[in-house]
Ligand binder design. Structure first.
Ligand SMILES: *[C@@H]1O[C@H](CO)[C@@H](O)[C@H](O)[C@H]1NC(C)=O
Ligand SMILES: *[C@@H]1O[C@H](CO)[C@@H](O)[C@H](O)[C@H]1NC(C)=O
Ligand SMILES: *[C@@H]1O[C@H](CO)[C@@H](O)[C@H](O)[C@H]1NC(C)=O
Ligand SMILES: *[C@@H]1O[C@H](CO)[C@@H](O)[C@H](O)[C@H]1NC(C)=O
Length: 267
């Protein structure tokens, strides 16, 4: 019975002041802004309110607020000019933090620590970083037997890459993944080698974290006679050019004979 009472008392104490984060895992996208949600039991008197957002790994100050204003002297330089609270929401118990221009370093654990006249509390959340893959750049290399189709793109985290033939069958491909640590992106180069004369393949890249699914079909056809045709066209063109040059020379000479003074002038 006493135990039950203690339990109730405990529940009452907990309920009197709470700090909660609605999203324990928040996805933050490169270059965008992220709102780290945090709610607490509000108190009409804001003069006692202290809000501190902190990195849990190294206790760096992300943002702090007391004496009814932002206090940024101890803010970690990484967050300068990028953070803000929703000041008008504080009296409702909303200590959410906005981080602008999200970069890879923003990934990690964040603590929302709040105290007011009703109590003190904290809650932990995780920020996960992702970057959409850029439009894949296509390049095609051709030699006498093989057509190499390559796509290149950057994003985060590691993608799933699939190459399919015209029947929807998986193809063997080449994949290079370069870790570009300074900007937090992977450079992905993927290529497929097809035998002439036709290529009908689809390159697919999936960023599962961001539900991104890029599909780029490639169709190429090499007419066996292409080079021959080009040769013929080149030959016809050179014959035409030759006769044109002859005609011009003949025309100029004729003119010169008619107007010798003009020729003297030119010389
Ligand atoms: C922050 O913004 C102020 C004014 O807009 C600017 O003077 C200052 O250089 C900025 N600081 C950083 C670290 O970007
Ligand atoms: C707190 O304020 C932000 C900004 O207005 C809003 O996006 C968020 O939904 C609010 N949270 C709650 C619990 O009202
Ligand atoms: C054509 O290119 C492919 C792929 O790069 C290579 O394996 C092959 O040896 C090349 N063939 C010739 C004739 O150069
Ligand atoms: C390439 O393959 C697709 C099926 O994946 C087919 O619908 C399309 O007609 C093919 N293209 C050509 C030009 O054969």
């Amino acid at each position: 019975m006493l135990w039950l009472l203690l339990c109730f008392a405990d529940a009452l104490v907990v309920a009197s002041f709470e700090v909660i984060v609605p999203d324990k895992h928040l996805l933050a996208i490169r270059g965008g802004s992220a709102v780290l949600g945090c709610e607490f039991t509000p108190d009409p008197d804001l003069s006692n309110l202290v809000v501190t957002w902190q990195r849990s790994e190294d206790s760096q100050v992300v943002h702090s607020f007391y004496y009814q204003q932002d206090q940024l002297k101890k803010q970690s330089p990484e967050f300068h000019n990028r953070t803000s609270l929703f000041i008008s929401e504080l009296h409702k118990g909303n200590a959410s933090l906005r981080i602008a221009e999200v970069s890879p370093k923003d990934a990690g654990l964040y603590l929302c620590i709040v105290s007011n006249a009703k109590g003190t509390g904290k809650a932990l959340m995780t920020v996960i970083y992702g970057a959409l893959y850029s439009e894949p750049r296509l390049s095609i290399h051709v030699n006498s037997t093989t057509v190499t189709v390559q796509f290149e793109t950057e994003g985060f985290p590691k993608p799933e890459v699939i190459w399919l033939d015209e029947h929807g069958q998986n193809l063997n491909y080449h994949l290079e993944l370069h870790d570009q640590t300074e900007d937090g992106l992977y450079l992905v180069k993927s290529s497929y080698e097809a035998q002439k004369p036709t290529v009908n393949v689809t390159f697919t890249l999936k960023n599962h974290l961001l539900n991104q699914n890029l599909q780029r079909p490639v169709f190429l056809s090499y007419d066996k006679d292409t080079t021959a045709n080009q040769g013929t066209i080149a030959l016809v063109l050179s014959v035409v050019c030759f006769f044109l040059v002859i005609a011009i020379i003949w025309f100029v000479r004729r003119r010169n004979k008619q107007k010798p003074s003009a020729v003297n002038h030119v010389n």
